[in-house]
Design a protein around this ligand. Structure first.
Ligand SMILES: Cc1cc2nc3c(=O)[nH]c(=O)nc-3n(C[C@H](O)[C@H](O)[C@H](O)COP(=O)(O)OP(=O)(O)OC[C@H]3O[C@@H](n4cnc5c(N)ncnc54)[C@H](O)[C@@H]3O)c2cc1C
Length: 539
């Protein structure tokens, strides 16, 4: 069961929507019968719009499409013909790779921030999610603040308190939205050359960035997913074994909708002797590990820290030498052992010359050197606020794992909140969040993380090779990024150079930006976007 706030559509709207969406009254639905670019563009709008996908489609897309020919289609009843076709192919020639060949665009709306992380666990899918810097959570949905109302919490003895505490936290956040905008307007006046729109958008993004830490993990988000049948199968098996009831409820909704589009790919998910056994296996091993950790560590928690931790816990001291050998490898006919022996005998300058030639002259961060940078790995143990984790978790070309969200490691107070003189309100929200988490832990421990504000720290590990490091650290330190993950990524870069001693590899990541926090991080990006709009309109 979910507590979805359904939308009202007129008969004419429903008539159009029915051709392209697999239902009109549930939070999970697939997009069908639309050109691929339209599906992609619809999901892209999720990032900056508070509207649901079906409403966005009606408001912004229908006018530009020729939909006359689709009048007889009713996507809400499923695609029976497709099922027959896939069944034949899947069972006659079927192995798992066949299920990699058909993909589905699926929308998951009104999902909590805990659920979005479950949905985004899979690395072979593509995701787009509402942004906390464009969507102000002071706006309501169906008259209610936008946070998840878990049915078990609501029917428990803590139901009334949960609603009251969440409403108070959202009241505090809402009160600070205009105050923080006022603060940034006063401290960073508009440049005469900037348009009102670019300035207003940058101010709002900066204000929402500063207070996003007040939002609890129960905050709702809309998420677009594109994935293959096989990736959905793996996701559903995990979701059905997950301890969070919201995850299991969404798994049921997803299975129903996906079966309208790629039924054969998902036949095994709920078969008692197939998918159900795999889900049970996943649940069993998780339970065993929790019991194991209890017996080994008891109540040890690691405690509160007063600064983020970015600890490089593992690297290869020989990493640069091995990477140099890997750079030469595809250009010779020699064995790897021979090449590596030669590289070891080279002077430091000669090795640097190889790296310089291999990296070449990069004009921008999108020009990335090749796979030799995948020869060496870094593993970091990090304690940062949940907001930063939530963003970094989106990178897929790496191994990331995390611990349960709780208030036990303390929270990060943003400098801007202090400077604006609204520390007390922020602190009040943190205390309420922590107390509610404590109360929920007794009765409903799996749901307790809903109460935890994004400013609280979470511990996670990230392991990646130097090529992914280049991509991630350069992207995540750009000035338009959020200060919380910028700080983490700047410290990672320093550790690669100084602690691992991989100076040449770190140097190759020349677009890592170590500058401090800009006054209005989004302003340059808004200026560029405006320039692009202007030249498109002219052209
Ligand atoms: C300033 C900023 C704002 C952002 N705002 C939003 C937002 O509002 N909403 C949102 O949902 N996300 C947002 N993101 C996150 C972003 O969209 C990506 O999800 C995230 O950066 C991780 O993915 P990646 O493409 O960088 O690749 P990684 O997962 O780090 O992979 C590295 C590279 O592998 C390749 N790759 C990875 N996956 C695929 C794939 N499926 N197909 C082909 N190639 C692939 C690409 O070359 C990619 O660059 C934002 C990021 C930044 C920096």
């Amino acid at each position: 069961m979910t507590v979805y706030i359904a939308e009202d559509f007129t008969a004419e709207e429903a008539d159009i929507l029915r051709r392209y969406f697999t239902n009109l009254d549930q939070p999970v639905f697939a997009l069908v019968n639309l050109p691929e670019v339209v599906k992609g563009a619809l999901f892209a709008r999720y990032s900056r719009s508070p509207l649901s996908l079906r409403r966005l489609f009606l408001q912004e897309f229908v006018g530009d499409l020729d939909i006359e020919g689709d009048q007889t289609i009713d996507a809400t009843v499923g695609l029976r013909r497709a099922e027959e076709l896939y069944d034949r192919v899947f069972f006659e020639y079927g192995d798992d790779s066949v299920a990699q060949l058909g993909g589905v665009h699926l929308a998951c709306e009104q999902a909590s921030n805990l659920l979005t992380k479950v949905l985004e666990w899979g690395r072979l899918m593509a995701y787009l999610e509402q942004s906390t810097r464009y969507i102000a959570y002071d706006q309501r949905l169906g008259g209610r603040y936008r946070y998840y109302r878990d049915p078990e919490i609501l029917s428990s003895s803590l139901g009334t308190r949960y609603i009251a505490d969440m409403d108070r936290i959202f009241d505090s956040y809402s009160g600070l939205v205009p105050q923080m905008q006022e603060f940034f307007r006063a401290t960073t006046p508009k440049d005469a050359s900037d348009s009102d729109f670019a300035y207003r958008t940058a101010i709002k993004a900066r204000a929402l960035d500063a207070i996003r830490g007040m939002l609890p993990a129960s905050s709702l988000s809309n998420l677009g997913i594109y994935g293959t049948g096989q990736a959905y199968e793996a996701l559903l098996l995990r979701m059905r074994s997950h301890p969070l009831p919201e995850s299991r409820a969404y798994a049921d909704l997803m299975l129903t909708e996906l079966r309208k589009v790629v039924p054969s790919f998902l036949k095994r998910v709920d078969l008692p002797d197939r998918g159900e056994r795999t889900s049970a296996y996943l649940a069993d091993t998780r339970d065993s590990m929790e019991a194991m950790v209890d017996s080994l560590f008891g109540d040890e928690t690691g405690g509160v820290v007063d600064d983020d931790v970015v600890d490089l816990v593992d690297f290869d001291p020989d990493g640069e030498v091995k990477a140099v050998a890997a750079m030469l490898y595809p250009h010779t006919s020699l064995s790897e052992t021979t090449i590596e022996a030669r590289v070891r005998a080279m002077s430091v300058q000669d090795r640097l010359d190889v790296i310089t030639a291999y990296v070449g002259h990069r004009e921008n961060r999108r020009q990335r050197p090749g796979r030799a940078f995948e020869r060496t790995d870094y593993r970091f143990d990090i304690l940062s606020d949940y907001g930063a984790f939530r963003d970094l978790q989106r990178h897929r070309m790496l191994t990331i794992d995390w611990q349960p969200l709780s208030p036990r490691h303390g929270y990060v107070m943003p400098d801007a909140v202090r400077a604006a003189g609204v520390e007390e309100e922020f602190r009040g929200a943190m205390e309420r969040s922590s107390a509610l988490h404590g109360a929920l832990m007794g009765e409903l421990p799996e749901q307790a993380p809903y109460a935890v504000a994004l400013a609280y720290r979470v511990r996670y590990s990230m392991q990646f090779n130097a090529r992914e490091a280049m991509h991630m650290l350069e992207l995540r330190t750009t000035p338009q990024g959020h200060e919380a993950y910028r700080r983490v990524c700047q410290r990672m870069h320093t550790a690669i150079a100084e602690q691992a001693g991989h100076h040449a590899i770190a140097e190759a990541m020349r677009f890592v930006d170590h500058s401090g926090e800009p006054a209005l991080g989004r302003l340059d990006a808004e200026r560029r976007a405006e320039e692009r709009r202007r030249s498109r309109d002219l052209g």
